[in-house]
Ligand binder design. Structure first.
Ligand code: ATP
Length: 317
């Protein structure tokens, strides 16, 4: 357990009769950047709030750095939390905002100035130290809130949707900042819907849907769980095409086209390139009007959709 920054054991949270988080067994290694993915309402915020000690679990346990968390204050000392919706106080200058939170964390007056200066430097807001918080851009406010989460030098950072509302340039800056924080030895958990944004920065992922953890691990581990696929677009004769495809070697399953793309057939396929080529040849020989034929890439987005769409059909973590 000591190599884990976070471990949860059957973590469960109900709101009334509704189970928002259902027996989560998360394992997050020290020093990782963990991308927490899931559609709206999956239970990500509820989980992060329980990890931060802000919300009591209905049952189950949270371990932070191997320590069983029984008191909010224990979690608060180890964790810095940045919520998805943050309020900033009007009529407070940037340095005053951080100074206020430094006081809240009991940082001595003699150390407060250097703490605030260090944080402003880290999040690249030194030039804005005297600006009013409400006059900062969205990206700058986000960085200020990150500095707030870092005031007490926590070992673990929980960031709820940190990239939401940021323009592409601000996202690049955020990514650089997260890498710096990881190099400082922090473990970072961030939730997001922007899947492609996470792929190159996260070392590990957890995918959640309807309160359940569907998969967790490195991209490689997740890829092993996904089924490779072919996408074939026909212009006509859909039923004949689907029957013919289903009979070819390497084909595991032929999926009904989605309503939005009525002529696009997705095929679960574990054949090699030779078999893919033979499949295309047989479709052409049968004079089926093929407009597109390609292998799906292994992007995180496809893995995510496959896992979420198959939820309930396949065995859980
Ligand atoms: N205080 C609450 N009272 C009742 N139900 C709640 C409460 N907070 C969250 N829920 C419900 O719990 C479920 C999980 O919500 P949660 O905010 O954790 O999901 P999420 O994955 O963070 O979603 P999003 O990506 O939309 O922020 C949702 O169905 C939500 O409506």
């Amino acid at each position: 357990m000591s190599e884990l920054a976070i471990q949860t054991v059957d973590l469960l949270r109900r709101y009334g009769k509704y189970t928002a988080v259902n027996k989560l067994n998360l394992k997050i290694t020290l020093g990782s950047i963990f991308g927490f993915l899931g559609p709206n309402g999956a239970g990500k915020t509820t989980t992060l709030r329980m990890l931060a000690g802000l919300l009591e679990p209905s049952s189950g346990q949270v371990f932070l750095h191997g320590q069983l968390i029984q008191k909010t204050s224990t979690a608060a000392a180890i964790v810095g939390y940045m919520p998805d919706f943050f309020g900033v106080y009007d009529d407070l200058r940037v340095w005053e905002y951080l100074d206020f939170y430094a006081r809240c964390h009991g940082i001595e007056p003699a150390k407060r100035k250097s703490t605030v200066d260090g944080l402003l430097d880290l999040v690249d807001l030194s030039e804005k130290r005297n600006a009013f918080v409400q006059h900062l851009s969205r990206g700058m406010q986000q960085r200020l809130c990150l500095a707030h989460a870092l005031v007490h030098d926590p070992k673990i950072l929980l960031l709820d949707e940190p990239a939401s509302g940021l323009d592409p340039q601000a996202r690049v800056e955020l990514r650089e900042l997260l890498r710096t924080l990881r190099d400082m030895g922090k473990t970072i958990i961030l939730s997001s819907h922007i899947l492609n944004e996470l792929e190159d920065i996260c070392t590990d992922f957890g995918i959640m849907a309807r309160g359940e953890l569907l998969a967790q691990g490195s991209l490689e581990t997740l890829r092993q769980r996904s089924r490779p696929a072919l996408q074939i677009k026909v212009l006509d004769d859909l039923d004949r095409a689907m029957r013919l495809i289903a009979a070819q070697s390497g084909v595991l399953r032929v999926l009904e086209p989605a309503e939005a793309t009525p002529m696009l057939i997705e095929v679960e396929f574990d054949g090699d390139e030779q078999q893919a080529s033979q499949l295309l040849l047989n479709l052409a020989r049968a004079e089926l009007p093929i407009a597109d034929f390609h292998r799906e890439d292994d992007s995180l987005e496809r893995l995510f959709l496959q896992l979420v769409n198959n939820h309930g059909l396949e065995e859980r973590v």
